[in-house]
Design a protein around this ligand. Structure first.
Ligand SMILES: *Cc1c(COP(=O)(O)O)cnc(C)c1O
Length: 461
C-alpha cells in the first residue's frame, strides 16, 4: 500500500514511512492510494474473530510493509492494556447501541489509537536505529492518552505541556502520576494557547527539530485513523446478523479523526447507511454539512471540551475525496480558506456530502437533558461527549435501522458535567481511584519559550 498527500506534492511512500512522517512534508495529510475492499462473504466470516484478530484483518492490507507476525504482536500488546476482554464492548439502552470506547488506560477513546501508535513508534525506531522526542501540548485528554501510549518505551522520550491549574484535577493527575523516566510533564504558568504556541515554535525551529528528532502524536497521524477503523467493523458485526439491515453510526466529533475512520470503513465496503456527525456549539462541520457553510467562528468552551475545535484538521482527508481526489483543488480551497476564512462547494459536492453524512449541533441544555433523561430511563450514565452523539442520534429516530452511538469517554472523567445533569457524580472506576495518593513528577515552568527549549534540550534522548 502506498500513501500520498492530500496536497499532492510528495512521492508515494509506504505505511512505515507514513507513520513516521505524521503530517505530510508538503503540509497535507497522508492517505492510502486505495481502500482494500471487504466483500460480504469475508465480512460474514469475521463474525467469530476476537477484537485483536479482527484488527489484524482490517489493518494488515494498509500496513503490508510490516511482517504479519510482527503486526499481530503489536496489536496483541496494544490491546492487552484494556480492562474489558471485548476491548470495545457494546450495550443496548433506549433502543440505541452504545459502543464503549473508554476501557483503555486513560478511559477515553484516544487510547484505542494511541496504545497502537506508541508500540508502532517503538518498533519502527528500533528497526531504524533512531530515537524520537515527542513534544505536545494538551488541554487535558490527549496528553494523558499520549503519555500512556509511550510510557516505558525504548528510544522515545515524551514532553507534554499543560496549562498549570487549568485542566481538571483528575486530568492533571492522570499525567503527572506517570513517573516512568521517559515521561516529562511540564505545567506551564499560562494558558493552553501559550502551551500550543510554544510547541509550534519548537517545531518550526528546524535545526532544533532535527537535532532532537522531534515527533508529534496529534490526531492527523494515519495510524491513529487506521486503528479506529477497526471498531466500526467490530460494532457492525455485533449489531447485525446475516440478514442485511441498515446500520447508522453517531459520532461525537472534534477533529474529524474518529468519524473519518467510519468513512474509511464505509469505503472498504462496510454497509454503513449513514454517519451522523454530532457537534457541540463549536459547529463548523454541522454548518458545512447542513448548509454548505464552511467558515470559522471563535471557539467557545463547552461541557464537552475535547470537541471544542473550530478547524478540524482531519476534515482535509474527506475534502480530498469530495474534490474528486484532486490535490490541486485541495490546495486552492485551503488557499482561499486562509484568505477569506471560507470555502465554497458545488451543488454536486453538497449532494454527495448529504448522502454520506447527517449532522446535528447539540447545545449545553440538550447535552445536560440527554444525560439526565438517559440516566432516568436506563440507569446508564453518559459522559457529555457521548451525550452529544446520543442526542443527535435520537433526533433521527429510525425504526428500521440499528443505531450505534460511539461512547468516547468514561463519565467519571467529566464528573462535574454529570453532576450538573443528574445531581450526583459517577463513581470513579479503579484506575482513577486514589490517583492523588500516588507519587507524581512534574516540572512547573513560566510560559517562556527559552525555558521550555532548554528543558527539552537537557532531557532529550
Ligand atoms: C478527542 C475526543 C473526541 C473527538 O474526536 P475527533 O477524532 O477529534 O473528532 C470526542 N470525545 C472525546 C472524549 C475525545 O477525547
Amino acid at each position: 500500500m502506498k500513501y500520498i498527500s492530500t496536497r499532492g506534492q510528495i512521492a508515494p511512500i509506504g505505511f512505515k514511512d507514513a507513520v513516521m512522517m505524521g503530517l505530510a512534508t508538503d503540509g497535507g495529510l497522508l492517505l492510502p492510494t486505495d481502500y482494500p475492499q471487504v466483500d460480504r462473504a469475508t465480512l460474514e466470516s469475521w463474525r467469530t474473530l476476537s477484537y485483536q484478530e479482527l484488527a489484524f484483518r482490517v489493518i494488515a492490507p494498509f500496513a503490508d510493509d510490516i511482517p504479519a507476525a510482527d503486526l499481530k504482536d503489536l496489536l496483541d500488546r496494544s490491546y492487552a492494556t484494556f480492562r474489558d476482554p471485548a476491548i470495545t464492548p457494546l450495550i443496548k439502552k433506549n433502543g440505541v447501541h452504545i459502543l464503549e470506547l473508554f476501557h483503555g488506560p486513560t478511559l477515553a477513546f484516544k487510547d484505542v489509537a494511541l496504545q497502537l501508535l506508541g508500540n508502532l513508534f517503538e518498533y519502527l525506531l528500533k528497526e531504524r536505529g533512531e530515537k524520537m522526542n515527542i513534544v505536545g501540548a494538551t488541554s487535558g485528554d490527549t496528553g494523558s492518552a499520549a503519555i500512556y501510549g509511550v510510557r516505558g518505551k525504548e528510544n522515545i522520550n515524551i514532553f507534554i505541556l499543560h496549562p498549570h491549574g487549568k485542566t481538571s484535577p483528575i486530568q492533571a493527575l492522570q499525567m503527572t502520576t506517570v513517573t516512568d523516566p521517559n515521561v516529562f510533564n511540564i505545567a506551564v504558568q499560562g494558558t493552553f494557547d501559550d502551551c500550543q504556541t510554544m510547541v509550534k515554535q519548537l517545531f518550526s525551529d528546524i535545526p532544533f527539530k532535527e537535532k532532537h528528532s522531534l515527533g508529534a502524536v496529534n490526531s492527523i497521524n494515519w495510524a491513529r485513523v487506521l486503528a479506529q477503523v477497526v471498531y466500526y467493523f467490530y460494532a457492525w458485526l455485533r449489531v447485525t446478523d446475516s440478514s442485511p439491515k441498515e446500520v447508522i453510526f453517531s459520532v461525537p466529533t472534534g477533529n474529524f479523526g474518529d468519524i473519518f475512520a467510519g468513512y474509511v470503513a464505509k469505503r472498504m465496503g462496510l454497509p454503513i447507511s449513514k454517519l451522523i456527525l454530532a457537534t457541540n456549539e463549536n459547529n463548523i462541520l454541522t454548518r458545512m454539512i447542513n448548509q454548505g457553510d464552511y467558515s470559522t467562528g471563535t471557539v467557545v468552551p463547552t461541557l464537552s471540551p475535547s470537541m471544542d475545535i473550530q478547524v478540524a484538521s482531519n476534515f482535509e482527508r474527506y475534502l480530498y475525496h469530495l474534490f474528486g481526489d484532486d490535490p490541486a483543488r485541495v490546495r486552492d480551497a485551503f488557499a482561499e480558506f486562509a484568505r477569506s476564512g471560507r470555502m465554497e462547494f458545488s451543488e454536486a459536492e453538497m449532494a454527495r456530502v448529504r448522502g454520506e453524512f447527517a449532522s446535528a449541533s447539540v447545545n449545553r441544555e440538550e447535552t445536560l437533558a440527554t444525560i439526565a433523561s438517559f440516566k432516568e430511563s436506563t440507569g446508564y450514565t453518559l459522559d457529555p461527549h457521548t451525550a452529544v452523539g446520543v442526542c443527535a442520534a435520537l433526533q433521527r429516530a429510525a425504526d428500521d435501522a440499528e443505531v450505534v452511538c460511539l461512547a468516547t469517554a468514561h463519565p467519571a472523567k467529566f464528573g462535574d458535567a454529570v453532576r450538573l445533569a443528574t445531581g450526583s457524580e459517577p463513581e470513579l472506576p479503579g484506575p482513577l481511584q486514589g490517583l492523588d495518593t500516588l507519587p507524581s513528577r512534574c516540572e512547573t515552568m513560566d510560559a517562556e519559550l527559552a525555558l521550555i527549549r532548554a528543558y527539552v534540550e537537557r532531557n532529550a534522548i
